[in-house]
Write a protein that binds this ligand. Structure first.
Ligand SMILES: [Fe+2]
Ligand SMILES: [Fe+2]
Length: 295
C-alpha cells in the first residue's frame, strides 16, 4: 500500500514471528486440558507479558487497514492465481521459508504445525478430508512470501462491510478504520441482509480466505468451511455474527468448531516422524488434489 512506503519493516510487521499471534490465541483461549497437564496459568501469562505489545500493535494495524475496499483489492490481486504454480510438496517447502527469527529452538516450522494438526485429527478417527484440511489450513500464509504485511495474512478474521462486534479482539482499534465512520458500513447489517449466509459476506483478507479459494474445487464443503473460517474466532468462539448466518452455516460451523482445538492445541515440541507418515499423506494428497496447486 502506498501509505506504507515510508514505514520500516518492524512498523509494517510488528510480530517477530507469525507464531506470536497464535501464542496470544492460547492466552485468550487456554486449553483446560493443557493447564491440567502442567502448563500453569502463569506460563500462559508470561507469553502475555513478553509478546503483548507486539500483538497489540499487530492488531492496531490489522483493524486500521482491513477496510471493505482493501478486501476487494486483495481479492482482485490474489484470486487470479497467477503468482506461482507448484506441486503441494514444493508449496510446503516454500511455506517453510517463513522462518521464525524470535525463538528458533522452541518453535516448529510451519509444516510441522500443519502435520501435527492433521495427525491429531487422524488419531481421533475423523474423515480423511478433515485430515487434509488440517494439513492445508495454514498454507495461505505464503501470502507473507509474496510480500504481504502480517496484518493482511494472519490475525482473527471478521466481516467487513458491516458493524464490528465488540467481541473481536481489541475492538477499540476499529475507530481508526475509515469504514468505522462510513455510513454504508456502520449499521448492524451494513451492506448485507439478515441471515444472508456467510457465502455472501466478505471477511477481512488473510490466509484463511486465500487457502479456501485455492482448495475450493477439491475438498468437501465441511473441509472448506474449516479452511475459510478457522480464524473467525468472533463467531466460532464468541457467536458474535449469528445474525449474518443461515441454517446451512450453522450446520457447517459444527465442523469449524470441531476443527479449532486441533489447530490451537496440537503443538508439541517433538516433531512427527515424516518418513513414517509420508506414504499415507502422499496417498491422501493424490486422492483429493491435482498434481499442482495454483497460487
Ligand atoms: Fe491459521
Ligand atoms: Fe494453524
Amino acid at each position: 500500500m502506498n501509505t506504507n512506503t515510508n514505514l520500516t519493516n518492524a512498523e509494517l510487521n510488528p510480530l517477530h514471528s507469525l507464531d506470536e499471534w497464535e501464542d496470544d490465541l492460547l492466552v485468550r483461549y487456554p486449553d483446560a486440558d493443557s493447564i491440567a497437564q502442567g502448563k500453569t496459568v502463569e506460563e500462559y501469562r508470561d507469553y502475555e507479558n513478553t509478546q503483548k505489545d507486539n500483538v497489540r500493535e499487530f492488531y492496531r494495524l490489522n483493524h486500521t487497514h482491513q477496510t471493505y475496499d482493501f478486501v476487494m483489492q486483495k481479492r482482485e490481486e490474489f484470486l487470479q492465481f497467477n503468482k506461482k504454480q507448484m506441486p503441494i510438496w514444493d508449496a510446503f517447502q516454500f511455506l517453510n521459508q517463513l522462518v521464525d527469527d524470535s525463538d528458533p529452538d522452541t518453535d516448529l516450522d510451519q509444516f510441522q504445525h500443519l502435520l501435527q494438526t492433521s495427525e491429531a485429527i487422524r488419531r481421533d478417527g475423523h474423515p480423511d478430508w478433515m485430515v487434509l484440511a488440517g494439513l492445508l489450513h495454514d498454507m495461505g500464509k505464503v501470502l507473507c512470501l509474496f510480500g504481504e504485511p502480517q496484518w493482511a495474512v494472519v490475525g482473527d478474521t471478521f466481516p467487513v462491510g458491516c458493524a464490528y462486534s465488540d467481541k473481536i479482539v481489541y475492538p477499540g482499534f476499529f475507530k481508526n478504520n475509515p469504514d468505522y465512520s462510513d455510513e454504508r458500513f456502520t449499521s448492524k447489517y451494513g451492506v448485507y441482509s439478515p441471515n444472508c449466509g456467510l457465502r455472501n459476506v466478505h471477511m477481512s483478507w488473510g490466509h484463511d480466505e486465500y487457502i479456501y479459494h485455492i482448495a475450493k474445487d477439491y475438498l468437501p464443503e465441511p473441509a472448506l468451511y474449516m479452511l475459510r473460517y478457522h480464524s473467525f474466532y468472533a463467531q466460532h468462539r464468541e457467536n458474535a455474527y449469528t445474525h449474518l448466518m443461515d441454517d446451512h452455516d450453522h450446520e457447517m460451523f459444527k465442523w469449524v468448531k470441531l476443527f479449532n482445538p486441533y489447530d490451537l492445541y496440537s503443538k508439541n515440541p517433538t516433531p512427527p516422524d515424516w518418513n513414517e507418515l509420508k506414504p499415507y499423506y502422499e496417498n491422501l494428497v493424490e486422492k483429493y488434489l491435482p498434481s499442482t496447486l495454483k497460487f
